[in-house]
Design a binder for this molecule. Sequence first.
Ligand code: HEM
Length: 131
Amino acid sequence: MQPEESDAPPPYERIGGDAKVRELVERFYDLMDFEPAYQQLRRVHGSSLESAREKLYLFLSGWLGGPPLYMERYGHPMLRARHLPFAIGTEERDQWMACMVQAMEEVELPQELREPLSQAFFKTADWMRNR
Ligand code: HEM
């Protein structure tokens, strides 16, 4: 589920393009790594977050309406299938969302985009639940 499409420039451009997508993803995984509130989410991941950082950045570039970097490298993301090896329930979903909302605030995404993006992220995160 992607953010709403309309005549307005895509969220990718409105947030500030490639550098801002990168900044958002860096903050997201830094928070996941260090905030005790996201421990359970952190534990679902392996010891290193480096591949997750790179892939979420590539994915969000296209998802936000910018260059489809993930698709160019890896083909269709098949996100739900790729998340099946990880046990994702409501707690993991809710920690993922809280972590992303905090990251969006801290990197100061435009206020008016945070709510619609949160709703779009929630649909994707909820769809990833597999237990
Ligand atoms: C709902 C809670 C979620 C959990 C617990 C979770 C967890 C994970 C884990 C453990 C990985 C593997 C990381 C690695 O390669 O080391 C991963 C990969 C990934 N996740 Fe999530 N994720 C969640 C939601 C999301 C959402 C909402 C998105 C997109 C908006 C997303 C996008 C991705 C992408 C693009 C990858 C890389 C897929 C690949 O090429 O292997 N995830 N996720």
